[in-house]
Design a protein around this ligand. Structure first.
Ligand code: NAD
Length: 690
């Protein structure tokens, strides 16, 4: 008996209960007493069957992630499972909530698994850059077949109880009092009598496996992995389950696991796992929260429509406001169409669509916002327009309502100053499409009240967003750094690179696409209009826009798009244009390699991050990583720009920035003092503290 594991007898059935809140992680302080309890029960003649269950809201939802990458304290999970498999009497895992990772592996060590109707089961290790290292890759295929197991392990996506029953992963789905029914199930099994075959010895589902088909499926996966080691290692481990003996396959899985867990990608993914949780911690635990029941959204354009959907998807009634009935109708029609697409794709039921549409109320009258507890403005990106809107809001919003702006760049303090209640004003910077993208930059203005901030951070999580609190500056964290990354793209073109060479350097780094593909996808006209408004130029992009080449939507931009396809085809006309413009400027073109492209685009990105950290616009380096991975597609396996700076070596980055600064005198290359300190201290925390 321990605080974490207890045993109770129900007639001849022993119930072993794990109680390690909040999610019953398989920590050392659980494994040790569990191992002891099972060893005793195995040999106890009065016990005819054993049920493993959990207290609290879930079955074991995984390993203890804080133990990864450290020396293992025995007994490790594998030893607990091995012991389970030496028990001759029936063993039953009673699963409620989620059985994930090490939790499902523990359950796979039992003869039987029974689950509550709402239970979910999965092996999500791949999402942390790992594979299931407790025998999951070797046992799961024995229960549900190779193809299904491979899909679950490589995707990391859990399945529900009904699907698990059909697949053979659980033996029964039990309604009502799960524990009582699991005990009954166990005693029935004991009465039926053995021998009971452990999963390790069930080979019939493996025998049918077609190795050639498996290899084809695995090759597909490898292609999709885009440089990620974990999905490939997962497939290799499952292949071991087919082609090796059980014990050999278990050893091979272990070896693959150890290699991954010590590697940079898994370290990066663990870093992000903790970084997201850290970023979402609500500042000031004791603060009261404001009640948010109804949300108002002003502007039903690209962002307003998406933001309104994000709140409706989270169950909030939404009042959507536009300047005219016509604009409102256009916005509502787009929302309707988006939901219809989800239904046609099977990701939303018709009933859910109706329910969500029922949450919208359209209006053209500001007075209708009076019953909203939070109002998010998403009108044109112009200070005068925003200030006018906030002035009107000040007149109609109820006292204590939170007034938010979705501005991409503008000064939130100046927007707040156009109201008599700046303490209620905050920035909520959603990313496009706002109903899909996870990142939410929450901009804390000078006078934002702590309880208003705490309320929106918590609210962000309720609507499935990843919140990061940032301070006021032009472009906040994400767009300000994006500008630093983009600054050299055109210079690289002039000096000799082509758009496709630059994009290739990015995709090889692990980005889903490079800056020019991104520009073509988003529409080059957006940046063009923006530059014109601010008196700026970008010679190549401006010329393309003057020629009507706005990107994918016009069939050409930096690339050509043939016959409506989205595949970018390098265009000799664009390359000729670049050469001509370079000649006009008297720039001699030369060969530029991928290393130089990365140095001149991503080192300034890190450098700008350091400046942001120095100015306390971001509270932690890891917050910046969360922004870049969730909002801009920075490769997960590299952990975000600030984590990657550690992998790359801050000293090397400083040295190369100095080099480029000397050559170009451009401010983006001037190393931030904090980056220099990071090069000396080795971590951002130490650099900031020092
Ligand atoms: P948009 O042009 O698609 O939509 C703006 C909408 O606001 C229009 O429908 C317009 O009719 C309406 N509007 C204008 N003035 C109004 C007023 N006084 N009252 C009510 N409605 C009014 O623009 P968008 O792309 O949705 O951008 C909106 C805001 O979101 C901007 O501040 C922009 O910087 C920001 N933003 C945009 C993106 C993006 O990718 N498009 C991403 C993040 C943030």
């Amino acid at each position: 008996m321990s605080d974490f594991v207890s045993v109770a007898k129900h007639g001849g059935v022993a119930v072993v209960t794990i109680d390690n809140p909040p999610v019953n992680a398989m920590s050392f302080h659980v494994r040790e007493p569990l191992h002891q309890a099972l060893a005793v029960l195995r040999d106890e003649p009065s016990v005819a069957a054993i049920v493993i269950a959990c207290a609290g809201r879930t079955f074991v939802a995984g390993a203890d992630i804080t133990e990864f990458g450290k020396p293992v304290q025995q007994p490790e999970l594998r030893a607990v499972i091995a012991l389970l498999e030496t028990i001759a009497k029936p063993t039953v895992a009673a699963i409620h909530g989620t059985a994930l990772g090490g939790g499902l592996e523990l359950a796979l060590g039992c003869h039987f698994r029974v689950a509550g109707a709402r239970a979910k089961l999965g092996l999500p290790e791949v999402k942390l850059g790992l594979l299931p290292g407790g025998g999951g890759t070797v046992r799961l295929p024995r229960l549900i077949g190779v193809e299904k197991a491979l899909g679950m392990i490589v995707s990391g996506t859990p399945i529900g109880a009904t699907e698990a029953l059909e697949a053979g992963l659980v033996d029964a789905v039990l309604d009502g009092d799960l524990l009582a029914r699991a005990v009954r199930f166990a005693s029935e099994m004991a009465a039926r009598g053995g021998p009971f075959t452990p999963v390790r010895d069930r080979n019939d589902r493996l025998a049918v496996a077609d190795l050639a088909a498996f290899d084809r499926q695995a090759a597909e996966l490898a292609k999709k992995a885009r440089g990620h080691e974990a999905p490939i290692a997962c497939a290799e481990a499952v292949r071991g389950a087919i082609s090796l003996s059980f014990d050999e396959a278990l050893a091979a899985e272990r070896e693959l696991f150890l290699k991954l867990v010590a590697g940079d990608q898994a370290r990066a993914q663990r870093h992000l796992f903790f970084a997201e949780r850290e970023a979402a911690k609500v500042p000031g635990k004791d603060l009261s929260r404001r009640k948010i029941a109804r949300v108002g959204v002003i502007g039903a354009g690209t962002m307003g429509g998406g933001i309104a959907m994000a709140f409706a998807n989270g169950g909030f009634p939404v009042t959507l406001l536009e300047t005219s009935q016509e604009a409102l109708q256009r916005g509502l029609t787009t929302i309707d169409r988006n939901y219809a697409v989800s239904v046609s794709r099977g990701s939303l039921t018709e009933a859910a669509r109706q329910q969500r549409l029922g949450l919208f109320k359209g209006s053209t009258d500001y007075a209708d916002l009076a019953d909203c507890d939070l109002i998010v403005e998403a009108v044109f990106e112009e200070m005068a327009v925003k200030q006018e809107v906030f002035g009107k809001l000040d007149a109609v919003a109820k006292p204590g309502a939170i007034l938010a702006t979705n501005t991409s760049y503008l000064d939130v303090n100046a927007i707040a100053a156009s109201t008599s209640r700046p303490q209620d004003v905050v920035g909520l910077h959603f990313f496009s499409p706002a109903n899909v993208m996870k990142l939410l930059e929450i901009v804390r203005a000078e006078k934002t009240a702590p309880d208003a901030l705490a309320t929106v951070v918590e609210l962000a999580r309720r609507i499935g967003k990843v919140p990061v609190v940032v301070g006021v500056c032009h472009g906040f964290v994400g767009n300000r750094m994006l500008a630093a990354r983009g600054a050299e793209s055109e210079a690289l073109l002039f000096e000799g690179a082509t758009p496709s060479q630059i994009d290739k350097a990015f995709t090889e780094f692990g980005w889903p696409m490079g800056p020019f593909q991104m520009g073509d996808l988003a529409g080059l006209d957006i940046g063009w209009r923006n530059r014109k408004a601010r008196g700026l130029t970008a010679v190549i992009a401006d010329t393309l826009c003057e020629q009507g080449r706005f990107g994918q939507k016009t069939g050409s931009g930096f690339y050509r798009y043939e016959n409506g396809f989205r595949t970018p085809v390098p265009d000799p006309e664009v390359e000729a244009l670049i050469r001509a413009k370079a000649a006009e400027k008297g720039i001699a073109r030369r060969a530029i390699d991928a290393d130089e492209i990365i140095e001149r685009t991503l080192y300034p990105l890190v450098n700008e991050g350091a400046k942001i950290l120095e100015e306390k616009i971001a509270a932690r380096a890891s917050d910046i990583d969360v922004v870049w991975v969730n909002g801009y597609g920075f490769p997960v396996g590299k952990g975000g720009p600030m984590f990657w700076a550690g992998l790359e070596g801050a000293g090397k980055i400083v040295e190369r920035l100095d080099h480029w600064h000397e050559r170009t005198a451009r401010p983006i290359f001037q190393p931030a003092p904090l980056l220099r300190r990071m090069a000396e201290t080795g971590t951002w925390e130490a650099a900031v503290g020092g």
